[in-house]
Design a binder for this molecule. Structure first.
Ligand code: ADP
Ligand code: MG
Length: 396
């Protein structure tokens, strides 16, 4: 595997880098940041050092990303023009040019394409006229048909734009898409600075975690997390459960779960897993709304979990402990976050909802690593090979 961090200035000067990032950030989060209400989105913050590294060494950077799933949604609604343009605003990467420009204090050229006939060679010639250190941001790659199909021809076209490729988007590395996988066949390909660091942090908990190792798994679906649970069942000292995941375990024990969120089809597997004494279930719950749905872990569980977290040397956390969208059921999750921050443990935390709560809780977070990946982190921690990472290993 080749690392961007080990490339010298001599190798970078006057070269054009195709840099894959993940700016798949929703408008609500984007607008919050633009209006100064929230801090910089993590996925933007993480790639700034990589962009600086490249331009400081005289490379030109063409930033590649996707945003949302434009095709399905646009075609479903193509009748109504206003709806279409509103949707477009959820998919365009244009606002990120302005944001990057401000953060890097340099112009960032936004490159829109003619959706039908993108002439990559023409674009390459245009970019060649710009001085070293120039930065470009290409429009959402998913507007083009080849991206999600991992189309070789499309990747080859895209590759015409640059001299080498860098993947700095851990959170999309579980997707076999053209700008993540196929492109590595056409350009020398490197691991970016953020991806290098993210893999290092995840490998720390995978390969040689300091014990006690505590895994905390909550969230909506146990089927998303089963790989992680299985992979850590031997290595971990215990696995604390909450959310819909715990509800499925309750159902597997034939406990009444009423209208709670759980996965019926996963009950047999959950029953198997319960044979391990390492799986810890909540000892009390907060119930609400309608016919007795379990919506959060209760105060006794919070106390029990907090004590276990206190003893940990390493923690992995994915998935909220309850229905966090309602403040009344957020306590289990925010107390878990607080306990992790207070502990002496090195913690790796991932998942959209989980990290959003973590970012709201104050405290010293120097030993907490927030993964940019939701699905990618779960697959990696389940021991699966990620197509984007495997492609980098194979690239010339
Ligand atoms: P993440 O995004 O951190 O990976 P998930 O997507 O797996 O987490 O799960 C988050 C969702 O799970 C949230 O929308 C939350 O409301 C829901 N959830 C967790 N526990 C419960 C529960 N007991 N009842 C209903 N919803 C729950
Ligand atoms: Mg989620």
């Amino acid at each position: 595997m080749k690392y961007l961090s080990s490339l010298s200035k001599k190798k970078l000067v006057n070269q054009t880098c195709l840099l894959r990032v993940d700016f798949n950030i929703e408008n609500t989060d984007l607008h919050g940041y633009e209006h100064g209400l929230t801090r910089i989105p993590l996925r933007v913050e993480r790639v700034l050092p990589t962009i600086k590294f490249l331009i400081d060494r005289g490379a030109k950077v063409i930033i590649l990303s996707h945003r949302g799933r434009p095709k399905t949604q646009i075609s479903a609604d193509s009748q109504r023009k206003s709806a279409l343009s509103q949707r477009r605003s959820a998919f365009t990467l244009k606002p990120f040019a302005k944001i990057l420009s401000k953060l890097l204090k340099k112009p960032v050229q936004f490159i829109d394409f003619n959706f039908r006939k993108s002439d990559f060679l023409k674009l390459r010639n245009k970019i060649e006229n710009f001085p070293p250190g120039s930065i470009f941001l290409l429009e959402n790659l998913r507007f083009l048909p080849g991206e999600e199909k991992n189309d070789k021809k499309f990747a080859q076209q895209l590759a015409l734009l640059g001299d080498f490729y860098v993947n700095d988007a851990f959170s999309v590395s579980h997707r076999a898409h053209a700008s993540v996988v196929a492109i590595t066949q056409f350009l020398p390909s490197y691991i970016g600075l953020a991806l290098e660091n993210e893999l290092k942090k995840l490998n720390q908990v995978m390969k040689s975690p300091k014990k006690p190792l505590i895994i905390i798994i909550g969230g909506a679906k146990i089927s998303d997390k089963i790989g992680v649970i299985k992979n850590f069942l031997k290595k971990a000292n215990c696995i604390l459960t909450g959310g819909g995941v715990a509800n499925t375990f309750f159902a597997a024990q034939k406990l009444p779960v009423g209208q709670s969120l759980y996965e019926e089809t996963m009950i047999p597997l959950a029953r198997q897993l319960l044979k391990s004494k390492k799986i810890i279930l909540p000892i009390d719950s907060v119930v609400g709304m309608g016919k007795g749905a379990i919506l959060d872990i209760g105060p006794k569980t919070i106390k029990k979990y907090t004590n276990i977290i206190k003893s940990a040397a390493t923690i992995v956390w994915n998935g909220p402990m309850g229905y966090i969208e309602n403040k009344k059921f957020r306590k289990g999750t925010s107390e878990t976050a607080k306990a992790i921050i207070k502990s002496r443990a090195f913690a790796v935390i991932g998942g959209g909802e989980t990290t959003s709560i973590m970012s709201k809780v104050k405290g010293q977070k120097s030993k907490v690593f927030i993964s940019t990946g939701g699905g990618a982190m779960l697959e990696y921690l389940a021991g699966k090979k990620l197509p984007g990472i495997e492609a980098l290993k194979l690239s010339a």
